[in-house]
Unconditional design. Structure first.
Length: 147
């Protein structure tokens, strides 16, 4: 299993960061590996929402199936990956500087299928490649929020 954690400090309140992160369908605007998001449920927010994300990392394309497992407005979104890649992920927003700034943390525990290299793919693809992509994603999120 690949365990990843990246964080960034954003010069905005948790409420402002939440305004950008809450609409799942807009994650493609700051996630460079997310190509498109399609909902599988009527609801688009909250626990139980299911969606698929067309993902592209270099030449590798896959459909990432997810279900929201945690939804705390202004504080956290958790997901369970249920497709080819399985595992869990979470965004947390922590107020810093008396709530004037936000520490945004993204953690994932992912299991890759054999055709993506299994354990070796998790170590190289997850811990090296995906960490770099997610750091870039967080810089893009920061730029959008701080406008």
């Amino acid at each position: 299993m690949s365990r990843l954690a990246v964080t960034i400090e954003i010069d905005a309140t948790p409420d402002r960061v939440w305004d950008v992160v809450e609409p799942i369908e807009h994650h493609v605007e700051w996630m460079h590996d997310a190509v498109a998001i399609r909902f599988e449920t009527e609801q688009h927010r909250g626990v139980g929402t299911r969606f698929v994300c067309d993902t592209k990392v270099g030449p590798i394309k896959l459909i990432d199936q997810m279900e929201i497992t945690r939804w705390e407005p202004g504080a956290a979104i958790g997901v369970r990956h249920t497709g080819l890649v399985t595992g869990t992920g979470e965004f947390t927003l922590t107020p810093i500087d008396i709530g004037r700034r936000t520490r945004f943390a993204w953690t994932e525990e992912l299991h890759f299928p054999g055709w993506l290299g299994g354990w070796l793919g998790e170590q190289i693809g997850g811990n090296v490649v995906m960490r770099a992509i997610w750091r870039r994603n967080l810089r893009a999120l920061k730029a959008i929020v701080e406008v």
